[in-house]
Design a protein around this ligand. Sequence first.
Ligand SMILES: C[S@@+](CC[C@H](N)C(=O)[O-])C[C@H]1O[C@@H](n2cnc3c(N)ncnc32)[C@H](O)[C@@H]1O
Length: 496
Amino acid sequence: MSTLYDEVIYPNTPFAQTHPGRLATLAMLFGMDPAPIHRCRVLELGCGDGENLIPMAFENPASQFLGLDAAAKTIRAGNQEIATLGLANVRLEHMDIVDAGPDIGTFDYVIAHGLYSWVPEPVRDKLLALAKAVLAPHGVAFVSYNALPGGRVRQMFRDMMLFHLGAATELDARIHGAREVVQWFQASQPSEGQSSVFQSQVDSIMERRPQVLYHDELGTVYHPVYLREFAAHAARFGLQFLSEANYHDMQPGNLPSTVVAEIARVAGGNRIVRDQYFDFMKCRMFRQTLICHQDILLPAAPLAARLLSLYTASAAKPVSAKPSLSSGVAEEFRGGRGTGVTTAHPLTKAVLLLLAEAWPQTLSIPELLAGASRLTGEPPDPEGVSQILMATYAAGVIELHAQHLHCVARVSQFPAASELARSQARRGRFVTTARHTTIEAGDENIRLLIGLLDGTRDLGALTGELAPFSGLPEAELAHGIQVNLARLAEMGMLVS
Ligand SMILES: C[S@@+](CC[C@H](N)C(=O)[O-])C[C@H]1O[C@@H](n2cnc3c(N)ncnc32)[C@H](O)[C@@H]1O
């Protein structure tokens, strides 16, 4: 039977927050013993055409991956890509999850992204029942959903758009109508003082790709839930809240310390109650929640000692050209999406400088300890570094990883992109990085460049091969290639 997802194809992409490495990192921090990523089993429910799962399978040839989706067309497209890449460790099956039984196997990681809030109640129940049935004892499931109370704001826009659309069914008509009424809404607001919650919703609707808007906001089922409702639903199936996939999303953020203290008093150590209050204060709209078996005893907070077996990276860069490590000299480090930190603490500055230098490469904690000791001239300080890493992780300034990422920080003499990236660049505009993120290579010349990066060509050879397509003088072309290679390295596209 054909589904709406066969008629209007949902554009799937890799999501770093669903990667088993992310799930394992949080499980480890909360005291669990998750399966190693290079030898694990992963199930994705509602996998679409496998664009999230296939790069994971490519990177981890000794791990096994299974994707299920009710839309036949997307499964066919994904299986074609798997055949093109010759991957034997990933299978996509055309199956409604309602029909899936425990015979599909046991899995260390289960991913259900963009499913829970968009399917009817029996499918939501089945999603959790299946996760319970197939998860290994220390397995982790990722479930994303529209959260309340912010979901009410989304609901208000959804109601307005659906009211305006009437009986229109065709993609273009629905998207045109939806954006039209949202523009009316925007034009009707006083220019000063429009609520940022409304404005961010307007921006999100106007920027969203048509197929995503069609399904996410205008689909037939729309079921946002409070965190406490989701946690209670998971508990009915023997599963418990472990963490959010983005750890810094669990933090109080900019809430005033007096409010945070009051919430802590009322919550009395109950993480669900505390985080539910945070959701109310922040008008939260979306959650990406990790759950695990209910019989696992979880600590109230992450275990700093577990950091020692992890890897870390940070995109934050020092603002000053020559940052000083001296005590008392404040330095600012700025990361993406408004994250950053200003500190005068020598060890913190040393840690952030080392990570800035290494980006997008990961450093192990022993590497970081040795480097920081070298920079500060002090003996290695595992406790101090753990505290710095926990605080900057909570602030969203650093990343933690369960394993080294394969990307390199510098452009080598013979730069290389993965075989997957090269194959994707030859076929389309979306290319997966070694950080499990996507770049949109809209420019044909960038796609040609990525396609050539098999580690056998130096700058001269790349310039020679691209010259017939560019029309630029050779020196200008070579300079452009160097600039683009540096950008690709920064995004995690270059590998060793
Ligand atoms: C919003 S898309 C999300 C796709 C992908 N996980 C992502 O986040 O980009 C929802 C996907 O779930 C699939 N789906 C919906 N109901 C399903 C069901 N009952 N069983 C299996 N797949 C289902 C759809 O076909 C679609 O591919």
